[in-house]
Design a protein around this ligand. Structure first.
Ligand code: COA
Ligand code: AMP
Length: 637
């Protein structure tokens, strides 16, 4: 079947198409209703089906005779560890941990926060929750206690599962103390904190709610998976929105399992038994879908990598992992490739390894610049596929579906719509734009299975954020255009969200923190171009009149506060004092203008700015601090 055939079928006959895909799963009760709607007319898939995702990821493969196959390869250069975990071993770990969690009172419908580094126990915890029908919410380790506290208050977990520490290259990160701090900050108090002690020789502070992970597992009996309805939430995953408060994306069980299994074969082109590696973190959606659930559902061996593309120990790590574990398909962010390219521009390390098993290199998480794509193609000599999706979608929306038909790779484009996604570029009035004309990237409803069900505890925000802008469509928050062949080019977010090293962050949230500094009268935080990380946040502040503190001191305090409140992952390292900020007559700060000046993009100075000298003031601050490139074309209106 060609790409066009299978794609057309998915759009014109969605129920038939997804019914056939759902049949690839071992449901407890097969769904009879394929595509229904909820009270808001929003699509619901496989409503009356029941299943258990943990069963499908583990037990089913053992029943089929693959218990000895490796389910996980844990490769941790930061601890010098390489371990293979078979499906039989995974079963033992997960079923017993689930038994332990049950003795703590966790049951179907409860929530459980997981705050863990990239160790196998993070996967056991997710799968144990899924086994019980407990809704997990994994929080990325780079987020600070304050961010964790916000999520604890929002999803009200009965328990938190954590580890003593994480390791960032050589630095020990205090995970358990962060959890304690978050619990102290949060209004909601979880009953238990299950702590996996990594025995890194660091003292772990003890609290009365602590339960030792290993002791819990050793005392527990393995339990059977609990059947849940197809739309029972498997997890809540928080992601940055346009306000300071993150959004809790709810993922269903049956639609997600169906979509992921489909994507492993049809998008990524892997067969059961192949080794698949997504170099991300379990705290992000890529980790949920393509470190944990996708590969395990499809009986692939998933690589769990605790390290960085460089410095653990050097830029050869990725190629070593691919070669040693015979990875067939790899997925990472363009930032990781840029980091490697910077250290090893000629690909000297690459040549040292046998990478003949690697068939496709997938990239996503941020825009992929043409130079990075070309360099990767030249070095690896295989198709390099940029693809586009989001936490909300849970799986790719645009991709070259290599498992169906390898289409032409067009640099700068994340390729063509994936089955089930009717992607359209709309103008402000909600009409499709002509080819090559930029607009809002939207998806005509119904969305396919596996995409977001709602926002946790906030259906109003779900509707206003995604559904109301263009009735009948899901609005992605990205801008882009389609060429005459239907290839989509994503040009970037149209809101206050930025992508730093493939990590999605809210500048509005940073701005709230910057604005609360006692010396700041007003401020703007926005994303500017960064050669390595794609984007980085930049803060411009106007000080209160009469402020006597040194600019340097103020900047340091602000940077420290953002790190303290959001976490190291914010990469907020640049904040500069300006005399004033450009605004509209109604007082709105022109952030886009500020960004365009730094990124050397063409911009118009709006007629609402009566004093254009403000622009040269900003430009001189950028120049002095080496922010952006400065060959702008200024069109004074
Ligand atoms: N726990 C604690 N801290 C973390 C963390 C974690 N899981 N992940 C990142 N951090 C910290 C880092 O140590 C760093 O701290 P620092 O400012 O004190 O140095 C900060 O958060 C920023 O991290 P990062 O953006 O990763 O930058 P880096 O300079 O440490 O590394 C790269 C640069 C390019 C090597 C790294 O960004 C990378 O591997 N990028 C690929 C990202 C990726 O795979 N994204 C996929 C998302 S789909
Ligand atoms: P996240 O929800 O963290 O996965 O971030 C999703 C956002 O990252 C998208 O809305 C895009 O803005 C951006 N993004 C992800 N993949 C790509 C890509 N291939 N090209 C351009 N932008 C991307």
């Amino acid at each position: 079947m060609t790409y066009q055939d299978i794609y057309n079928k998915s759009i014109t006959q969605p129920s038939e198409f997804w019914k056939a895909q759902a049949e690839q799963l071992a449901w407890y009760r097969k769904p009879s209703e394929i595509l229904g709607t909820d009270d808001y007319d929003y699509p619901q898939w496989f409503k009356d089906g029941t299943l258990n995702v943990s069963y499908l990821c583990i037990d089913k493969h053992i029943e089929d005779g693959f218990g000895q196959q490796n389910a996980i390869i844990y490769d941790s250069p930061v601890t010098n560890t390489k371990t293979a975990i078979s499906f039989n071993q995974l079963h033992e770990e997960v079923a017993k941990l689930a038994g332990g969690l049950e003795t703590l009172g966790l049951q179907k419908g409860d929530t459980c926060v997981i705050y863990m580094p990239m160790i196998p126990q993070a996967l056991y915890a997710m799968l144990a929750c899924a086994r019980l029908g407990v809704i997990h919410s994994v929080v990325f380790g780079g987020f600070a206690p304050h961010e964790l506290a916000i999520r604890i208050d929002d999803c009200q977990p009965k328990a938190i599962i954590t580890a003593s520490n994480g390791i960032e290259i050589e630095r020990i990160i205090p995970y358990k103390p962060f959890v304690d701090e978050a619990i102290a900050l949060a209004e909601h108090k979880p009953e238990h904190v299950v702590v996996f002690d990594r025995r890194l020789g660091v003292d772990i502070p003890y609290k009365s709610y602590d339960i030792d992970y290993e002791e819990l597992v050793s005392k527990s009996v393995a339990i059977e998976p609990v059947a849940v309805a197809s739309n029972h939430p498997l997890y809540i995953l928080y992601t940055s929105g346009t306000t300071g408060k993150p959004k809790g994306i709810i993922r269903d069980s049956g639609g997600y399992a169906t979509a992921l299994k489909f994507s492993m074969k049809h998008v990524y082109g892997v067969e059961e038994g192949d080794v698949y590696w997504a170099a991300s973190d379990v705290g992000w959606v890529v980790g949920h879908s393509y470190i944990v659930y996708g590969p395990l559902l499809n009986r692939n061996t998933t690589v769990l990598f605790e390290g960085k593309p460089i410095k653990t120990p050097d830029a050869s790590t990725f190629w070593r992992v691919i070669s040693e574990h015979n990875v067939k398909v790899m997925f990472t962010a363009p930032t990781a490739i840029r980091a490697i390219k910077k250290e090893d521009p000629d690909g000297t390390y690459i040549k040292k390894y046998d990478l003949s098993g690697l068939k496709y290199q997938f990239l996503a998480g941020e825009r992929c610049d043409v130079a990075t794509l070309r360099w990767t193609e030249q070095q690896l000599n295989i198709p390099v596929i940029d693809h586009w999706w989001q936490t909300e979608s849970g799986w790719p929306m645009l991709a070259n579906m290599v498992g169906v038909e390898l289409m032409e790779v067009k640099p700068g484009s994340a390729s063509l719509p994936v089955c089930g996604y009717d992607i359209q570029i709309l103008n402000e009035e909600g009409k499709e734009t002509a080819s090559s004309v930029e607009g809002y990237v939207a998806v005509k409803l119904p969305l396919p299975p596996g995409t977001l069900l709602n926002l946790w505890g906030n259906p109003e925000r779900f509707k206003s954020g995604y559904l109301n802008k263009f009735p009948g469509y899901y609005f992605s928050g990205d801008g882009g255009y389609k060429d005459e062949d239907g290839y989509v080019f994503i040009t970037g977010r149209v809101d206050d969200i930025i992508n730093v090293a493939g990590h999605r962050l809210s500048t509005a949230e940073m701005e709230e923190i910057v604005a609360s500094h006692k010396a700041v009268a007003e401020c703007a935080v926005f994303g500017v171009h960064c050669d390595l990380k794609g984007q980085k946040p930049l803060g411009l502040v106007v000080l209160k009149s009469g402020e006597v503190q040194e600019e340097n001191t103020i900047s340091k305090e602000i940077i420290q506060e953002v790190r303290h409140e959001i976490g190291a992952v914010a990469s907020f390292k640049d904040v500069f004092v300006v005399k004033r900020l450009p605004k509209t007559r109604s007082g709105k700060i022109l952030r886009k203008l500020l960004r365009n000046i730094s990124d050397d993009l063409e911009y118009n100075v709006p007629s609402t700015i009566d004093d254009v000298t403000i622009i040269s003031e900003i430009e001189s601050v950028y120049k002095k601090n080496q922010i952006g490139i400065h060959k702008n074309i200024i069109n004074h209106e």
